[in-house]
Design a protein around this ligand. Structure first.
Ligand SMILES: Nc1ncnc2c1ncn2[C@@H]1O[C@H](COP(=O)(O)OP(=O)(O)OP(=O)(O)O)[C@@H](O)[C@H]1O
Ligand SMILES: O=C(O)C1=C[C@@H](O)[C@@H](O)[C@H](O)C1
Ligand SMILES: [Mg+2]
Length: 212
């Protein structure tokens, strides 16, 4: 948790953290939300890739528990800066991460199974690279994690239908209502709030995420 005396600036904000299943839109919405709010954006998958290499290789060479450990550390570091933080889909599985999230604003992004197929079609998500149909695997993982997502979330936004910009707007309104610091931050250009875009999303670099 940051405080008004945080070394980053005169007043670091509580982070706005996006959680939810793979392909719900945490990375693509998070990037736009940060621009809308005039704050920094961090994506924990991107931070891990920058420091440790491709996620598929980390899973293959060291296993999922090692990845979860790296992820937990990346989450703690990212949320300490405030701003918008997109988590990897499985990040809330770590109990320490769940505890840390309680001091921040947590939005759960959901998506219907019927529309997620087009969003998860590349091979960069190791947990969907099974012999099963990727959407069946996605549903199983989503169902198993749903209670965890609901437990950490302060609000839920569905991304299945309508333009991405509508979801961004709805989350921004929610954050500004919850936290007056964000209403103030929105008025300032991003550069003045130390915005930093760590937005080389490792999951979807070959997919277009143009606004619909
Ligand atoms: N309405 C929408 N909302 C969110 N994402 C959308 C929407 N329409 C299409 N997409 C696309 O879905 C893809 C997956 O989204 P994204 O990578 O942001 O998901 P994610 O939640 O970050 O997944 P992961 O947990 O694997 O990191 C992106 O290419 C994005 O552009
Ligand atoms: O849902 C998950 O467990 C994952 C989601 C991605 O964001 C990556 O963090 C990784 O592919 C694992
Ligand atoms: Mg992502």
């Amino acid at each position: 948790m940051t405080s008004p005396t945080d070394a980053e600036g005169p007043r670091a904000l509580r982070a706005v953290v996006l959680v939810g299943p793979m392909g719900a839109g945490k990375s693509s919405i998070g990037r736009r939300l940060a621009k809308t709010l005039g704050v920094t954006f961090r994506d924990t998958d991107s931070l891990i890739v920058r420091e440790h290499g491709p996620i598929t290789e980390i899973f293959a060479e060291h296993g999922e528990p090692h990845f979860r450990d790296l992820e937990h550390r990346a989450v703690l570091e990212a949320i300490a800066h405030g701003g918008v933080v997109a988590l990897g889909g499985g990040a809330p599985l770590h109990p320490g991460t769940r505890d840390a999230l309680r001091a921040h604003h947590v939005a759960l992004l959901t998506v219907d199974a019927e529309v997620v197929a087009a969003r998860i079609r590349n091979q960069k998500r190791p947990l969907l690279n099974t012999d099963d149909d990727p959407v069946d695997a996605w549903i199983r993982i989503r169902d198993a994690r749903d209670p965890i997502y609901r437990d950490v979330a302060d609000a839920t936004f569905d991304t299945s239908h309508g333009p991405l910009s509508d979801v961004v707007k709805a989350i921004a309104e929610w954050v500004r209502t919850e936290d007056p610091d964000y209403a103030a931050a929105s008025a300032a250009p991003a550069e003045q709030t130390g915005a930093e875009d760590t937005d080389d999303d490792p999951q979807d670099e070959k997919e277009s995420d143009d606004e619909r």
